[in-house]
Design a protein around this ligand. Sequence first.
Ligand code: MLT
Length: 393
Amino acid sequence: MKINVNENFKTFKDNYLFVECANKIAAYQKDNPKAKIIKLSIGDVTRPLPSVVIDALKKAVEEQAQAETFRGYAPESGYDFTRVAVANYYARRGTNVDSSEVFISDGAKSDCGNVLDLLGHNQIYVPDPVYPAYVDANIMQGNHVFYIPGTLENEFAPMPTSDIECGSVIYICSPNNPTGSVYNREQLTEWVNFANEHGCLIIFDSAYEAFVTGENPRSIYEIEGARTCALEICSLSKTAGFTGTRCGWMIVPKELEANGLNFNKAWSRRQATRFNGVPYIIQRAAQAALSEEGMKVCMENIEYYKANAAKMSEFLTRKGIKFTGGINSPYIWMQTKDNTPSWDFFDYLLNEAQIAGTPGVGFGAQGEGFFRITSFGKAEDYDEAIARLERIL
Ligand code: MLT
């Protein structure tokens, strides 16, 4: 063919980080068919969906089986009942979001990239280490990505610097994937003030908000001034175990605009053209998960994962290994043994203990010498993983 192509794809490594990990794990399993690998790499949940969600799914399936209750195309921005359920979820925590500002999607990863349809070419700032989907989506668009270093010294919660140009787009993920750090109220206020003063847009990823403890903000809209500078992307993947069920949302405040473009109106227009909505049965499941009854079970599951994190944290502390995360986050971000390069440490753990995690450098240059372990696994796997690690760390 002689067509022009998106040359940006040629700058990518062959595989997305988690695919690269999965391929290596699969290759090891093929060579060692008897090995019982403990997979703590991609942050995929293991607790089943709450029964209230399953009941809602079954009921919705039955509705789809009857001519009287059958539904075809879903509204592209989401059924009102789901948009209201999300708004109520925020309201129960004292955060005001209007249901018309909630746009239901198939998850945070899609929205993190799709949102770029609203924007022209801008300087993009991300913390380093960072969830790789933000970076890849921007590279696909031909955007320049700049890194704000997260380090042990700043507890992986980098703050605004004078290097960030006016009119930039800044991705913030709090609680952070991969480091587990969380911005406190003062820090997030500093980011919001900075964005408003410098005409920047914050794309706030709150996918891990359900893990937040204490007074730390769970939504950027808890911070005064955020409605004029921030979009928020969230998902039920981690909160309600929807990694395989797929439902998330983006909050686009009515006040948000730049250069004569109102983002709420524009996003509605974008979704109408490029999206046919999340399936009815999934939105009923989401509505059930977001209900008070559903959320009670979801939070029990979150506690289950936090107990896994606590066990691993206790082990690392006992061994004198430095780490962050595990409290406001399902991720534990640990230093590799003797500062081994991250991918070598990945091989070491896989070969010597049949444990798979994610190499820190896969999240950015600042991640070199670190390693991420998820706490989304089964409780018994952490007892076994710790017993194995005890022998080699
Ligand atoms: C992760 O492991 O970082 C995430 O769960 C992957 C994802 O959400 O895409």
